[in-house]
Ligand binder design. Sequence first.
Ligand code: AMP
Length: 207
Amino acid sequence: MKNLVFLGPPGAGKGTQAARISARLGLPHISTGNILRAAIKEGTPIGLKAKSYMDAGNLVPDEVVIGIVKDRIAKDDCANGYILDGFPRTLPQAEALAQITQITMAVNIAVEDELLVKRLSGRRVCPACGLTTHVNSYSGANCPTCGAALIQRADDNEATIRNRLSVYNKQTQPLIDFYQQRGILETVDGYQDIDLVTDAIVRAIEA
Ligand code: AMP
């Protein structure tokens, strides 16, 4: 069983790597950010509640995201494991998760703040297939994989990015100790080339 948590600051490459590892190992990729953005788009009660927090770069209340994850990991496709991307983000979330399931490994993708601001402010995402690109490496307006028009996330502006990094440092960083103390933390250097990061994660998971 591979019940994995991907940790790391916004812009470290959690989403990109989770999608790649999901494809390689056949585990479902569960991103609370993606689930919340879909809820906002659909105008569901959860979406309405989450929007103002997300636009400001603050965390959505614990009980909302815990409920989402609890329902999601109970589904059949999670029987052999899953990849949680962007959850948990607070100690109460990590504690709630430990009550409902056993996490087998937490992968921490480490990158420093200044690079994160550059990565996030130039980030573009494909709303159709989920591909993430950067203006420095790809200047087209349409997704190179599926052709849909690329968009910039509402929270990828500099003021919101700085707040998200500060929220991460205060509220999510302590989870590194949480999983270290449980002996299941693996840290991967997130500065390396994207393929090397993927390989390092696969090696850690399969070791
Ligand atoms: P992400 O796509 O992971 O960068 O998440 C985008 C935004 O969704 C975050 O800035 C939060 O507002 C919200 N969010 C996603 N996951 C969580 C979580 N586990 N706890 C609280 N808020 C979350």
